[in-house]
Design a protein around this ligand. Structure first.
Ligand SMILES: NC(=O)N[C@H]1NC(=O)NC1=O
Ligand SMILES: [Zn+2]
Ligand SMILES: [Zn+2]
Length: 454
């Protein structure tokens, strides 16, 4: 007996969109066919709806333990599910302690198991002070190591100097795990920041001027060189500029093992929007010019960007206020809106094919990080999916947001598509505004072997 049949939905598969029935047993997709006649315990009618693979957001900061007043695992993962997501990779910082060794990993894992509505993976931190702890983090099952090349905004997570990044990449290469970098030059951004602040220039325009595109390019270039030299798998998070993507794509063409991530906010906003958004739109790297955004969109459409992730990094409202733009928290709250942004700005407005959209949000994250059985609507894969009505539109209101604080640059914006339901391994976790706890959530580990020859 089957557990579930999803009837007559338009399935978004790598081969394109096709209308079919989808059958689930024991949490997996067991059959996809024009008409499934076997009996099932439950049926859902999906005629007129699209069925997307569940989003896998490889970049969020849910900040728990320690800073649940900024966000939280329950609120953050509920927001993800409300946006069609079924798994997230939590960053090793903004939580207290940061995920820098085995005990802090264990603490975060316990918090995740207690509160998450979806599956998850954990990034371990790579900082100058924890190189000797990388092997124990690998044994625990981190998905990779995250390093900052510039100030993280938090003293407890210091950036890597070149030497530490090089050594960390050597260790990561030996362990078979990727290194993710926040690529902005500390030397240059610190220089421009001090220059501006010394002159009392602290507006949003001054903040933009302190982090020009070339400060991102310089760090990307250096990370690529170090990855090439050490043989480490590199993932560049939140590339904000078309120029940055071009640089990394060139290196990939020469054989560097690098994956490229951008975020919905770089695709949805430009620097001119900062005047209106204020601190709600502050992030690092910052929003870019229309020209850089156009280039970035073309690269997304041409398949040069691998992954779109939210970099959801909110703070309490009081940290987003004041006169000094440099002093405010930098981070965008967006984990609930990724699919909505790509459907509207990508599919509707720029002709991004739905199967390419699903590759950016689900299949590529699963493939790059070795999540076997995740990220596709195909037989044998886990039954993680979202039912989406593309006939409907919606305008994002504060009461729709499931975040700890109802703050988001997308408030008031209209989007095509409404997520009706989200299912994790054959269990409904979200339906029409209501969130439900699944019987089990899992720590996802990559299948890359972490003990390879030295
Ligand atoms: N610490 C932290 O979450 N920083 C993030 N925020 C942001 O805008 N960029 C980041 O790297
Ligand atoms: Zn970052
Ligand atoms: Zn981040």
């Amino acid at each position: 007996m089957l557990d579930l049949i999803v009837r007559g939905g338009k399935l978004v598969t790598p081969e394109g969109v096709r209308q079919a029935d989808l059958a689930v047993a024991e949490g997996r997709i067991v059959q996809i066919a024009p008409e499934i006649t076997e009996p099932a315990r439950q049926e859902i009618r999906a005629e007129g709806l699209h069925v997307f693979p569940g989003l896998i957001d490889v970049h969020v900061h849910f900040n728990e333990p320690g800073r649940a007043h900024w966000e939280g695992i329950a609120s953050g993962s509920a927001a993800l599910a409300a946006g069609g997501g079924t798994a997230f990779f939590d960053m090793p910082l903004n939580s207290l302690p940061c995920t820098l060794d085995a005990p802090s990993f264990d603490q975060k894992l316990a918090a995740m198991r207690a509160s998450s509505y979806t599956d998850f993976a954990l990034w371990g931190g790579l900082t100058p002070g924890n190189l000797e702890h990388l092997p124990e983090l690998a044994e625990r099952g981190v998905i990779g190591f995250k390093a900052f090349m510039s100030n993280s905004g938090l003293p407890e997570f210091p950036p890597c100097d070149d030497g530490s990044l090089y050594e960390g990449m050597r260790i990561a290469a030996r362990l078979g795990l990727p290194v993710a970098v926040h690529a902005e030059s500390e030397a240059l951004t610190a220089h421009f920041t001090q220059q501006k602040r010394r002159q009392g220039q602290t507006t949003w325009r001054d903040y933009l001027a302190s982090r020009p595109v070339f400060t991102e390019l310089e760090a990307i270039q250096r990370a690529l060189l170090l990855a090439q030299e050490t043989g480490c798998k590199l993932h560049i998070v939140h590339i904000s500029s078309g120029a940055g993507v071009a640089l990394a794509a060139e290196a990939r063409a020469r054989g560097v093992d690098v994956s490229l991530e951008t975020c919905p906010h770089y695709l949805a906003f430009t620097e001119e929007d900062l005047e209106r958004l204020g601190a709600v739109g502050k992030c690092a790297p910052p929003l870019r010019s229309r020209e850089q955004q156009t280039l970035l969109w073309n690269q997304v459409l041409q398949g040069q960007v691998d992954i779109v992730a939210s970099d959801h990094s909110p703070s309490p409202p009081e940290m987003k206020q004041g006169q000094d733009f440099f002093a405010m928290w930098g981070g965008i709250a967006g984990v609930q809106s990724t699919l909505a942004v790509l459907l509207t700005e990508g599919w509707q407005q720029r002709g991004l094919a739905l199967e390419r959209l699903a590759a950016l949000l689900s299949a590529n994250p699963a493939r790059r990080f070795g999540l076997v059985g995740k990220g596709l609507l195909a037989e044998g894969y886990e039954a993680d999916f979202a039912l989406v009505d593309l006939q409907q539109t919606h305008t994002l209101k504060p009461q729709n947001l499931r975040y700890r604080h109802p703050i988001s640059p997308y408030l008031g914006r209209s989007f095509v598509g409404v997520v009706r339901e989200t299912w994790l391994r054959g269990q409904r976790v979200y339906a029409l505004g209501k969130i439900e706890k699944p019987s089990e959530v899992r720590l996802l580990k990559g299948t890359i072997p972490f003990e390879t020859a030295p």
